[in-house]
Write a protein that binds this ligand. Structure first.
Ligand code: FE
Ligand code: ZN
Length: 527
């Protein structure tokens, strides 16, 4: 239509991308007359953020919708062509070791649903902001995130034809005990106001911490021969760099609008750094224990991506009055511990997880000892050797009681005191006569800032003990009732296939049958 119109009136100059973007973001906005603007946009003031001039908002990309669809359409075509080739060539057999599949199960149930949550969250944030430029930016990110969720589900669904545990990711995300950690993170952000949501997701998650989420999974996929996952990673990367830039721009815009915004943003930076860091415990464990070929250790990644890059970022933000997030030094003290503490939790509760677990092999323990000279041999190796010994004697051990969870991050209380890695860290707060428990000062602070919000947390262990995690119609009073079996049924976990020890899993047996490899004999190479 536009080309025809342009052809009829050749004297009208074609607008450049920049002008078209200005028309779209400034020209399409209007002030309401028969309803007050505050009634139309009821959510962008209650957090206390003061915006005096929305026109100061500069979208660094100025993408128009037609340009956006064109770019994204081209990326989609490339991605699906590669996925087709991967499937036709039985790419699933090129991975390093079938244990690698468990990182995909973690990703599909723990991360892909977050992309979908981000899609919903940005749609809501966009609706809530009265600045048109910011609304357009949120709209595009909302569509990006929907695409990320779709491409991830589509890519990984191929593996579902061959391996267990990948059949019902969204159902599991909403129910399985440890998946409440990522789920509650996003729901906490989505149930905040629009400025807090954007600070939490665009800035703290996408700008400050995203390298620690996507680098390990995508490089991990590349190292372990999973070209399908590498490809959706690449396809999302250009969106991701747009999101990161947006995250920084949003925070700078808010800070420049009014000095009263600074302490509010600092409080959010502190809160969302800590919540994001706790969520990354799952990634730390994946990097150090679940990738058969390692990319780098969690502690190396933390040093490179947070201590170095994050340090430089916060130096830059100092001129706005923003300092390093509270408890960043605790995260540095914990960098040689959290992956080991987390894999120990999963070895305790692997019978209730949607992926397989295992004790590290001897050469993997050598790698861990090299990467963690101060902690691995003295603190963690004995646990894993004991587990391997129990397994050898046919007594694979799982814990049949349920752990206490942190009220904020929802991770079992297994983290240790910042200055004593042999002592479990317990903190508590009272609210309306009830006692609440926390894994750290960081999580306690978050709770104390908004106790009325976090007392509502849906804690999986509490819910199981209250009888809320059985399939509908379950009668727990019948003789011989097995609560664990009922909970796994409610999760849609196929017992003996999706969960438990890898060495006795059907995934391992199938792999050996299909490839002729003897996994017990072959020690996988550790990079
Ligand atoms: Fe995304
Ligand atoms: Zn916690």
């Amino acid at each position: 239509m536009t080309t025809q119109a342009a052809a009829k009136t050749p004297t009208t100059p074609r607008l450049g991308l920049k002008e078209r973007y200005a028309m779209m973001t400034r020209g399409l906005g209007w002030e309401t007359t028969y309803q007050s603007m505050d009634d139309v946009f009821p959510f962008d003031k209650f957090e206390g953020i003061k915006i005096h001039d929305w026109d100061q908002w500069e979208d660094p990309f100025r993408l128009t919708m037609d340009a956006y669809w064109k770019f994204q359409g081209e990326k989609e075509k490339k991605l699906y062509a590669i996925i087709d080739a991967f499937q036709q060539n039985n790419g699933q057999f090129n991975i390093s070791d079938p244990r690698y599949l468990n990182t995909l199960k973690l990703f599909l149930t723990g991360v892909s649903p977050l992309e979908y949550a981000a899609h919903r969250g940005y749609a809501m944030a966009g609706r809530s902001l009265r600045g048109v430029g910011a609304r357009v930016a949120c709209q595009m990110q909302s569509i990006d995130e929907l695409r990320h969720a779709q491409t991830q589900f589509h890519t990984i669904s191929h593996f579902n034809k061959y391996f267990h545990g990948l059949h019902d990711p969204q159902h599991m995300h909403d129910r399985v005990w440890y998946l409440s950690v990522p789920k509650s993170y996003f729901e906490d952000a989505m149930s905040a106001g629009p400025f807090e949501f954007i600070t939490a997701i665009s800035f703290s998650f996408e700008y400050v911490l995203t390298n620690l989420l996507f680098m390990p999974f995508m490089s991990g996929a590349a190292y372990n021969g999973d070209m399908a996952t590498v490809t959706f990673g690449f396809s999302a990367q250009s969106d991701e760099s747009r999101h990161m830039t947006l995250g920084l721009e949003v925070v700078k815009f808010i800070l420049e609008q009014d000095p009263d915004n600074v302490p509010i943003v600092q409080k959010w930076v502190d809160k969302w750094f800590w919540r994001g860091y706790r969520l990354l415990t799952l990634v730390a464990m994946m990097m150090d224990y679940m990738l058969p070929k390692r990319v780098m250790s969690w502690s190396e990644a933390w040093e490179m991506y947070f201590e170095k890059n994050g340090g430089a970022l916060f130096e830059d933000l100092a001129r706005y009055g923003i300092r390093m997030p509270k408890y960043h030094e605790v995260a540095s003290k914990e960098k040689s511990r959290i992956s080991h503490e987390a894999w120990a939790i999963f070895n305790n509760y692997g019978h209730a997880a949607n992926f397989n677990v295992w004790a590290p092999k001897p050469d993997e323990m050598t790698w861990l000892a090299e990467k963690y000279p101060e902690t691995f041999d003295s603190l963690y190796r004995p646990r894993f050797e004991w587990l391997a010994e129990q397994e050898k004697q046919g007594k694979r051990w799982f814990n049949n009681t349920l752990p206490m969870l942190c009220q904020t991050c929802q991770i079992p209380m297994a983290f240790t005191e910042p200055d004593d890695p042999t002592k479990i860290c317990y903190r508590e707060s009272s609210y309306h006569g009830m006692k609440y428990h926390f894994c750290s000062d960081g999580c306690k602070d978050v709770f104390d800032g908004e106790p009325e919000k976090y007392v509502q947390a849906w804690l999986p262990v509490h819910q199981i003990y209250q009888g809320n995690c059985f399939p509908e119609g379950t009668d727990p009073t019948v003789e011989g009732f097995n609560p664990l079996a009922a909970v796994l049924d409610y999760y849609h976990i196929n017992v003996g296939a999706d969960n438990g020890e890898f060495n006795t899993s059907p995934d391992k047996a199938n792999w050996e049958r299909w490839t002729g490899q003897d996994l017990s004999a072959a020690e996988p190479k550790v990079a």
